[in-house]
Design a protein around this ligand. Sequence first.
Ligand SMILES: O=C(O)C(=O)Cc1ccccc1
Length: 413
Amino acid sequence: MKALSSSSPILGASQPATATALIARSGRSEWQSSCAILTSKVISQEESESLPVPPVSGGVDHLNGHNSAAARVPGMNLVPIEKSDSNPLVPQHRHNPLKPLSMTDLSPAPMHGSNLRVAYQGVPGAYSEAAAGKAYPNCQAIPCDQFEVAFQAVELWIADRAVLPVENSLGGSIHRNYDLLLRHRLHIVGEVQLPVHHCLLALPGVRKEFLTRVISHPQGLAQCEHTLTKLGLNVAREAVDDTAGAAEFIASNNLRDTAAIASARAAEIYGLEILEDGIQDDVSNVTRFVMLAREPIIPRTDRPFKTSIVFAHEKGTSVLFKVLSAFAFRDISLTKIESRPNHNRPIRVVDDANVGTAKHFEYMFYVDFEASMAEARAQNALAEVQEFTSFLRVLGSYPMDMTPWSPTSSTSS
Ligand SMILES: O=C(O)C(=O)Cc1ccccc1
């Protein structure tokens, strides 16, 4: 299966959505209604996140047979498109391209398991694919050659979800992906913690002594650095876009001097041998992925939720202290705080009169806290945060991944 790329027909045709949604300096009630994400457009969590899904095969070839953007968005141009067997990305009418549209074509199709198309960066065998499968069992995982493409696939209705690794227990935050969250309008609708079990892979018959190079995703290299050295592999390290892509590269170029750090599943898919199993420096190596959708889910209070926000301020002293105290006073635990430099990237801020202006903030702050936006304490905390900041956006309120895991019950190898 070929990964979606930015030159894929549909993705190449449109500009990336770069506008940044925000809620800033609007009236409190208006802000609260935006923040509470309880609009008529939201999809219910039952519909979208927790349905059991029957098995399905295929991927890109099956795209757009159902749920095409035009059939689901009222007001969009509904132009019947000629079926093109050579172009699997051309949207198809749900039943027959020549049949007139009826009311049923216009009603949103229910999201049943195998219809859920989940875009991830990488090729089959990547950890992001495993994360997609953990979050949405039996979904159609759609490989994309870049994260930017995975985001656009959701924005353009080619996929229903994108999966994005955001932090690792060893390597920390994956900063570039936080920048993507800010530049796009997608909402976080779920999270998955995936134990990551790395293997050293090479072509059959290759021994460690033959190696002059180890290639992998930068996180893969970082997570195995000490073990590689202990194994006597003081050879060149080279970063590539994803772990499974490294395995595929070795196989397709018949490289007998290069090994990849990737999953056991990647070894199986690309016909490589496992030279060393479990080479991550930390046995409890876990990566956190977030699931993104076009619409937020309805926050609930009957199970533990997390909320992710991003904010910035222009002036004033002790702003960070004041923001953090808004959570502390309400006994809301923070699970993450991250600051990202934001030089040369203006953010569009809308004032009370709905007038947008571009503002430069030196830093953006990302905070995750353990509460649902359906809870009054979370709404009140954010109302207070809004008082201290010039820019505030709720990235999503979503169920926490509570699945217990242990280094021995790894799901990703
Ligand atoms: O490259 C992959 O397989 C990914 O999904 C990104 C990644 C890399 C290393 C650890 C976790 C996720």
